[in-house]
Design a protein around this ligand. Structure first.
Ligand code: DHB
Length: 523
């Protein structure tokens, strides 16, 4: 056994995993409270490996939990792969959240890494959780990584480039990393008095509390708690980005104190974010700038007056960010389309086409004549790209629905109020005299937005970022993802951002590359 107090020797522990509750005690990790499991995991190359690991189940990560079912985490530590002993004492820790749709997410019933016994398996999910989202409007063949209703039940499965389900937790384990799967409260939770207790900022507060638990147990918990890499998809991707952007911000202190979070750092080393549904208070404007002219799956256009007003407002917002890109100067609403085409969309199509056989490439190009293929490079216009994507997924406004029906309206609910507006535009449309979100809302809106912290050059943020989205993902604007990456680049952070060509919401086409990236940045 290596230093750090973690024994690698096999240890018998009968029956199901011991439940290590900290509800009434200090948040001390019990290294002996595991079940030893053996499972076969297929690596990213498609090869099977026998992985022996220690599974620590349903550890409550705060001393004053509101709901332990959600405020608990599982830890999986590899001890042998294909019979060869693994020492994970100093391994990076993948903190893989399974949040989808800003819904509650629990790992309490998982029987192993990746949930293993999952209800509502991601592959069976039907579309996203936002306003106007419907299964039939799903923009591509890719399944959503999130369930649209009910509770998330662990697991981080997404579709890889071969149409196979890949679980990042399992992949990290077979790579030799320590895997932490945290649960978190979510927007739909309501107690017997009708009070919503998982609305903003509960989910991010819980994820921070999970990080604090790990860091408070430095030296006791297997893995390097100074090398925590978080991952998440969609709402989970936004929360992963927010974890990365807001490390050690005192703005969450009262919330963390309230639930009895450990007194430790909640900064993480690196952040992996797939199709982050982030920057919610600007997402309606961004959506119309991006998808405004695209029809809904019904063939109808959204209210064009609403769409145009939001698009106009977006120009001011984009200019206010003062983002700069090499070869583009300041990226405004006037050159953002060209910026996204040159920086992301054309390289994405190029990579996709280059990987095809000559016959398959010729067939794709014949069916998609908007692409010019020359010298091994794809070029096309933004307008043609939009036509190629086709139906937009959401009505207008996409996030702050006039009728308060979106998941995000619920996210900003409070007390016994299920849903609230969170943008001046929708408030005004509803004839509210106060034209801006007021009371507790402005602070909560900031606490949910990684762009708020990035805009403040927040020093506690992660300096390493992995950002991905599919080019046919119209759950949010591609500019949300592009601006997240560019704002971090402008701060000098290490950003690996890429878009998957023709991929829809929740896809992950390069999970092996992510594992290699973790090794590179944490090494
Ligand atoms: C998710 C999808 C959405 O369209 C949205 O608005 C919020 C979350 C999701 O899949 O997590």
């Amino acid at each position: 056994a290596a230093a750090g107090g973690f024994a690698l020797s096999a240890q018998a522990s009968g029956g199901s995993a011991a439940k290590a509750s900290n509800a009434s005690g200090a948040l001390v990790f019990d290294k002996d409270a595991y079940t030893e499991l053996t499972t076969t995991i297929t690596d990213a190359a498609g090869d099977d490996h026998e992985v022996k690991y220690h599974f620590y189940k349903a550890i409550t990560y705060v001393t004053k939990p509101v709901d332990e079912k959600y405020q608990s985490l599982n830890i999986s530590v590899p001890v042998a792969i294909d019979g060869r002993t693994v020492d994970a004492t100093g391994a990076p820790i993948l903190l893989a959240n399974a949040v989808g749709g800003y819904m509650p997410s629990s790992v309490a019933d998982a029987t192993g890494v990746g949930g293993t016994a999952m209800t509502g398996a991601p592959g069976a999910a039907t579309g996203g959780a936002g306003a106007g989202a419907s299964a039939s409007a799903a923009p591509s063949a890719s399944a959503s990584a999130s369930a649209s209703g009910g509770v998330q039940s662990g697991g981080n499965a997404m579709l890889d480039g071969r149409g196979e389900m890949v679980d990042l937790g399992k992949l990290a384990l077979v790579t030799g990393y320590v895997v932490v799967e945290p649960g978190a409260r979510g927007r739909t939770l309501v107690d017997s008095s009708g009070t919503y207790y998982g609305t903003a900022p509960a989910a991010i507060v819980d994820l921070k509390a999970a990080v604090r638990y790990l860091r408070a147990n430095k030296g006791r918990i297997p893995g390097n708690t100074d090398r925590i890499v978080s991952s998440g998809t969609s709402a989970g991707g936004a929360l992963s980005a927010l974890l990365g952007a807001s490390g050690d911000s005192p703005l969450y202190d009262t919330y963390l104190k309230e639930i009895g979070a450990a007194d430790a750092s909640d900064a993480i080393f690196a952040s992996g974010d797939w199709c982050p549904i982030a920057d919610l208070e600007h997402a309606d404007m961004a959506y119309e700038w991006n998808w405004g002219a695209n029809e809904l799956s019904s063939g109808s256009l959204v209210d064009q007056a609403v769409s145009k007003e939001l698009t106009t407002a977006f120009a001011d917002h984009q200019a206010s960010l003062k983002l700069r890109a090499k070869g583009f100067g300041t990226v405004t609403a006037r050159n953002l389309d060209a910026y996204l085409v040159r920086t992301y969309l054309e390289p994405s199509a190029t990579k996709y086409l280059a990987a095809l056989s000559d016959t398959a490439r010729a067939a794709y190009l014949a069916a998609n004549t908007f692409i010019t293929w020359s010298g091994g490079r794809a070029t096309f216009s933004w307008k043609d790209f939009l036509t190629h994507v086709g139906a937009r997924k959401k009505d207008a406004p996409a996030f702050d629905a006039f009728d308060l029906s979106s998941g995000e309206n619920n996210l900003f609910g409070t007390g016994t109020t299920k849903a609230r507006h969170f943008t001046p535009y929708s408030l005004r449309h509803e004839g509210s005299s106060g034209a801006r979100p007021a009371g507790d809302l402005p602070a909560k809106i900031d606490l949910m937005n990684p762009m708020y912290f990035i805009g403040k050059h927040h020093p506690g943020r992660s300096k390493h970022w992995w950002i991905r989205v599919g080019t046919k993902d119209s759950d949010t604007s591609l500019s949300v993802v592009g601006n997240l990456a560019l704002s971090l680049e402008n701060l000098g952070d290490d950003v690996d951002a890429f878009m998957y060509w023709d991929a829809g919401h929740g896809s992950n086409e390069d999970p092996a590359d992510f594992m290699a990236w973790i090794a590179k940045v944490t090494g």
